[in-house]
Design a protein around this ligand. Structure first.
Ligand SMILES: O=C(O)CCC(=O)C(=O)O
Ligand SMILES: [Fe+2]
Length: 303
């Protein structure tokens, strides 16, 4: 091994020397072979290196090597950053129908958008279905929680000041009927849906803009994704009509969907990425209250 680097003279001046390419390669090779840094350092010292200079050379070389590896990985696999698109649920609206028959109900197509994919439907639920769901959910409401990014568990979040609860899939007759209607509307199996969530917002309560998919970079996401893969679509069903406020907003495209009793707002996201423009939130309720039911759809069977 050559001993070329900067080294200190007795007078404390620094004499700059050159860390050769060969030396760098040798240091990297030692690290790759699993040789402990202390052993590499000892080898450098015994071939004439000053300890502090050798440490600096080691640190710099390994840091540069790591940075280069990261850069190479980023250049070779942009998919690491934007996941590949996956199939998503969608409604049969290709020929712009004003109404679609979904099992037992005629549903009006009010608004559609391609990017983000948003479909607003009129009369998706009957008034009676809305009232029944509120009555069933009411006694079971608790402060809404969101997913803890670190553990995958849930936690109370200041960004979400509604109260909420989850039904089991197929828990009662009305829940089962609505779930089957959703599956028929979106051609997506009932089994791929999470249990229906009901939220209740009082005046001032809101749900700040967020994404419904789980960001894979968060350590907590791995355990969540095991139960049916990613979320790929959301169907919001408005169970009442607040007097003022409470719209669902999509800030990336300046869209606000009015919360009207019985109407539904569907949106999908084919990858866990901001480019889906699926950022959305529940505006603060200004007057009255807001009840909404959310069905999240997964890639696979949700167990
Ligand atoms: O209340 C809303 O309008 C939005 C609800 C929502 O984003 C959610 O439940 O994930
Ligand atoms: Fe959401």
């Amino acid at each position: 091994m050559q001993s070329q680097s900067s080294t200190k003279t007795n007078a404390g001046q620094q004499r700059q020397q050159y860390i050769s390419v060969e030396l760098r390669q040798w240091i990297v090779a030692q690290a790759q072979a699993g040789v402990a840094p202390e052993t590499v350092l000892e080898a450098m010292k015994s071939s004439g290196w000053h300890e502090d200079v050798a440490i600096k050379a080691l640190e710099e070389t390994l840091r540069d090597h790591l940075n280069q590896q990261v850069a190479e990985r980023q250049a070779a696999a942009p998919a690491d950053h934007e996941p590949q698109p996956v199939p998503v649920p969608d409604a049969p609206i290709a020929d712009s129908p004003s109404k679609i028959r979904i099992l037992d109900r005629d549903v009006t197509v009010l608004t559609t958008m391609k990017h983000p994919r948003v479909i607003v439907l009129g009369g998706f639920l009957s008034d009676d279905e809305c009232d029944k769901i509120i009555a069933l959910a009411g006694p079971r409401m608790a402060r809404s929680e969101t997913v803890d990014n670190l553990t995958g568990g849930s936690e109370v979040n200041v960004a979400r000041t509604s109260r909420g609860m989850f039904f089991e899939r197929g828990e009662t007759g009305v829940i089962d009927r609505v779930e089957r209607r959703i599956a028929a509307l979106l051609s997506w199996p009932v089994q791929n849906g999470e249990g229906l969530q009901v939220l209740h917002y009082q005046p001032g309560a809101e749900y700040k803009p967020h994404y419904d998919y789980f960001d894979p970079v968060h350590p907590g996401s791995a355990s969540i994704l095991k139960r049916g893969g990613q979320r790929v679509g959301t169907l919001l069903m408005y169970l009442n009509t607040p007097k003022k406020g409470g719209g669902t907003i999509f800030p990336d495209v300046g869209l606000e969907v009015a919360p009207i009793k019985g109407n539904a707002c569907f949106f999908s996201y084919d990858r866990a990425h901001v480019n889906t423009k699926s950022l959305h939130g529940g505006q603060p309720v200004i007057e009255g209250e807001k009840w909404v039911a959310t069905k999240w759809l997964r890639e696979r069977e949700f167990i």
